[in-house]
Write a protein that binds this ligand. Structure first.
Ligand code: AVJ
Length: 318
């Protein structure tokens, strides 16, 4: 049975382009590290732990929407799709939809390659009739699907409000790229976090146990590894807050003392209190997301929300 499954091991993120991107970000007047670097193997596990936290409502709220409206959602989509999971991680969300959606093919894409491979091992055993492909790809700037991913009936699956990591302009460009990769029968199933009480929002990114803090600080260990930098993780502190003007949660790492950080070919000093911006997580109104989807060329939108309207799941046709 297992021989029916495709064991594709393509990865495409080159070390030099990653190093150039990191170095440029760290040398910027306001230092930045892209949130995609939060997800090394440990970061992916810490993110799984975040999803269990009482303060972190998005995962559980989205899961409740799928549990309650799964049959409706599956009816809107129809069976036999090629499910393309953008940022698949542990693949658990997609796997929970397999029995409802009955996809023919599953394409899991994630920047955290080793973690993705591990996740797919057990899935292939549980669902031997679904053809599975794993791609280690950074899909934030380009979306390249290999020729053997059928162009018909593509369903892009982008749950968890990961779209929130993009600015609205970047989100629109991203949605347009996804739209361009669907034929008429294709579509998008997306989960988006909605604007709500500010305390609820900021607690979700600054939990009592400090798991989100560990997740944020871990990016420095990852950068040390990727770039050969010498960040002292103990010299930094997690900071998260809601920026109302831009409708986004921001995560930063704040230097606790004056520091010098070096990596091959460059160095930078950080003054005490200086921050590295590590993540934005935009929060939308439902009408705002629908507007973006329409601008990107999607149509026939259906949305489902929880009773508090904290989170929305939207299906859109190409
Ligand atoms: C995976 C981007 C959706 O923004 O809520 C969770 C990442 N960061 N806690 C989010 C995250 C801190 C998460 N996304």
């Amino acid at each position: 049975m297992l021989t029916q499954c495709q064991t594709d091991t393509r990865r495409s993120v080159s070390a030099t382009s990653i190093q150039a991107e990191l170095s440029t970000g760290l040398l910027a007047a306001e230092a930045v590290i892209s949130p995609k670097f939060l997800y090394d193997a440990l970061g992916s596990r810490l993110f799984e732990a975040i999803c269990e936290l009482p303060e972190y409502y998005p995962t559980r709220t989205e899961a409740a929407i799928f549990a309650r409206y799964g049959a409706d959602i599956a009816r809107a989509i129809g069976p036999g799709a090629t499910l393309i999971d953008l940022g698949a991680g542990n693949c658990a969300k997609a796997a929970s939809l397999f029995p409802l959606l009955h996809p023919d093919q599953y394409v899991a894409i994630d920047i955290s390659w080793d973690f993705l491979q591990q996740s797919l091992l057990s899935l292939r055993q549980r669902f031997p009739h679904i053809e599975m492909t794993a791609l280690g790809q950074d899909f934030s700037s380009r979306l390249d699907l290999p020729a053997d991913v059928s162009p018909a009936r593509r369903l892009f699956f982008y749950p968890g409000s990961s779209i929130g990591n993009f600015t609205p302009d970047q989100a629109l460009a991203f949605l347009r790229r996804a739209r361009a990769q669907c034929d008429r029968d294709g579509g998008l199933l997306i989960g988006v976090d909605l604007i709500k009480d500010e305390q609820v929002l900021s607690d979700a990114y600054d939990d009592a146990l400090g798991v989100t803090g560990a997740f944020n600080l871990n990016v420095l260990r990852h950068v040390n590894l990727l770039l050969g930098a010498d960040f002292d993780v103990r010299g930094w502190r997690h900071k998260a807050f809601f920026n109302r003007d831009d409708s986004r949660i921001e995560m930063h790492l704040e230097a606790q003392r004056d520091m010098q950080v070096s990596w091959p070919g460059a160095a930078r000093s950080f003054a005490r209190g200086e921050c590295i911006h590590t993540e934005n997580s935009y929060k939308y109104r439902k009408s705002g997301v629908i507007g973006l989807l329409e601008q990107a060329g999607f149509q026939a939108l259906h949305s489902w929300t929880d009773p508090d309207e904290w989170f929305a799941v939207i299906h859109a046709r190409a």
